[in-house]
Design a protein around this ligand. Structure first.
Ligand SMILES: [Zn+2]
Length: 496
């Protein structure tokens, strides 16, 4: 059924810029403070109070715009978007309308459909166009108590009123829920790399709305679009899109007409519900904000921002593949955050073994971090320390098995690899004489197994190796052990 239709998705993302003060006043943007404690006449919308634009908002917006290849307009205009809502005390929101901060951007990123178990099928590079990025203020927050009961109450918290947002509007370029998912993931990473947004959908500092329509494959005119809201996590976004695509196809197949409306995702039921039809939609009566001059951004400032741009996630992913011969998957995981990528590159340098550094971070260290709920920026084992440990494996001072135990101990205690190894009784034993002596004892104390081995039960080699490792407290060099014990069991051993 899916094959008969083409899916068209456009995305609108609201990213909260992480300035310390609000967009038009000096109130704090701190999250979680006492309700209504971070307010003043400007963000309370009191008559006569005048907005003054926060310079940090412009700088952060410029970073975001350049990260998404948008052209920054030398002059943009703030407009009033008029509507009534209890948590919008002015009765309008200051936003941008016909002359936005920036326009015509794009990102080119890897994207893939996923199989039933959520694994990527085939990564392909695809370019998604971005229509615009404009600046606006956030509204306050309404909290409802006992929503469906007769004695329900509503509260308004205006701490969020006037918090700066960048609204990023894509072109309708997404053809599946996974393309949309990969794009939002990338956008979040780009905003985090440029340090302008925390990018946490669950905490609401990155919010996403989607427009979805379907049309018969090959058609030129898009179908009627439905707006989806309440997509509070990456998983919800993808699942809601998937549900909505199926719903629209089923409706069209049964002869129904899709109506233009806004629908809310309900995670509990895994369904979207109609919130309002567009017939009741607002007419925002936009007009230029008379209390703010046009926003003029100089070439000098844009150049200054350009100079201070970090390497962006996709560029860094490609460089890591090239420079350290990493697999695309490993490189993607290692560039998930800027701190992760920095940690990796520092470990690669300290260890002089980039491939091994990637494996130790992605397998062993990430597991410990997950188990203890720790971010890599606060890892008890630093990049230098992990690099030193990898060098000890490479020069055969310790075995891979010892290193795994050592890392867990280093993680727990914060000690260096040298301290931990010496507490474990010293490094790996590679001395052939010592290992030969140990092998003699092991063979002598297991005569029955020796006989079985010699009568053809060669699988018992594993048993002898195990006994050797046990006798050495795990410190014997496994390669030397394997070679020596085999030799002694088969040939030289017989003469003893
Ligand atoms: Zn204020």
């Amino acid at each position: 059924m899916r094959d008969k239709y083409e899916v068209v998705i456009g995305l609108e993302i609201h990213a909260q810029l992480k300035t310390e003060s609000k967009i038009f006043c000096s109130c704090s943007t701190r999250f979680g403070d006492e309700p209504n404690s971070n307010t003043c006449p400007v963000c309370l919308g009191l008559p006569g109070a005048l907005p003054v634009l926060n310079r940090a908002v412009v700088e952060m917006s410029a970073h975001a715009a350049l990260a998404l290849n948008l052209t920054i307009n030398q002059e943009s205009i703030f407009s009033r978007k008029n509507y009534f809502y209890p948590d919008l005390p002015k009765g309008y929101q200051i936003s941008q309308y016909d002359r936005p901060f920036s326009e015509r951007g794009w990102v080119e990123i890897p994207t893939s459909e996923r199989n039933e178990s959520g694994h990527a099928i085939e990564w392909k590079m695809k370019r998604f166009r971005i229509h615009r990025l404009h600046i606006e203020e956030d509204a306050g927050k309404s909290l409802h108590e006992g929503m469906r009961e007769s004695a329900s109450k509503s509260y308004v918290d205006l701490n969020r009123s006037g918090v700066p947002l960048a609204e990023i509007v894509s072109e309708p370029d997404f053809r599946s829920s996974w393309e949309a998912y990969d794009y939002v993931q990338y956008l979040r990473r780009a905003l985090q790399y440029t340090d302008v947004c925390d990018g946490n959908m669950e905490e609401g500092n990155l919010r996403c709305d989607a427009n979805v329509s379907i049309m018969p494959r090959g058609a030129e005119k898009f179908g009627t679009k439905v707006e989806l809201k309440n997509l509070n996590s990456f998983r919800f976004l993808q699942r809601a899109l998937e549900y909505e695509i199926d719903r629209q196809i089923a409706a069209v197949e049964s002869g129904e007409r899709i109506i233009q409306e806004t629908r809310l995702w309900n995670e509990r039921d895994s369904k979207t519900y109609s919130m309002r039809s567009k017939e009741e939609a607002h007419d925002y009566r936009y007009f230029p904000e008379p209390d703010l001059p046009p926003l003029v951004v100089s070439e000098t400032m844009i150049e200054h921002v350009r100079q201070s741009m970090p390497e962006l996630p996709e560029a860094r992913r490609r460089r890591l593949i090239e420079q350290y011969s990493l697999s695309p998957d490993d490189a993607a995981q290692l560039t998930d955050t800027r701190t992760m990528a920095d940690f990796y590159e520092a470990t690669a340098r300290a260890s002089a073994n980039p491939k091994s550094a990637a494996n130790w971070i992605l397998n062993e260290l990430v597991r410990e971090l997950k188990n203890t709920g720790t971010d890599i920026s606060a890892s008890p084992v630093g990049a230098e320390s992990l690099g030193a440990m990898i060098r000890k494996i490479d020069d055969q001072t310790i075995s891979g098995k010892m290193a795994k135990d050592a890392l867990i101990e280093m993680y727990k205690s914060g000690k260096s690899v040298d301290e931990v190894v010496s507490e474990m009784g010293g490094g790996q034993v590679s001395d052939e004489g010592a290992i030969r002596e140990m092998a003699r004892q092991v063979i002598a104390s297991n005569p029955r197994q020796l006989e079985q081995y010699r009568s053809g039960k060669s699988t018992l080699l594993g048993f002898f190796v195990g006994q050797m490792m046990k006798a050495s407290g795990g410190r014997a060099n496994p390669q030397v052990v394997n070679r020596v014990i085999k030799e002694m069991l088969e040939g030289e051993g017989q003469q003893n």
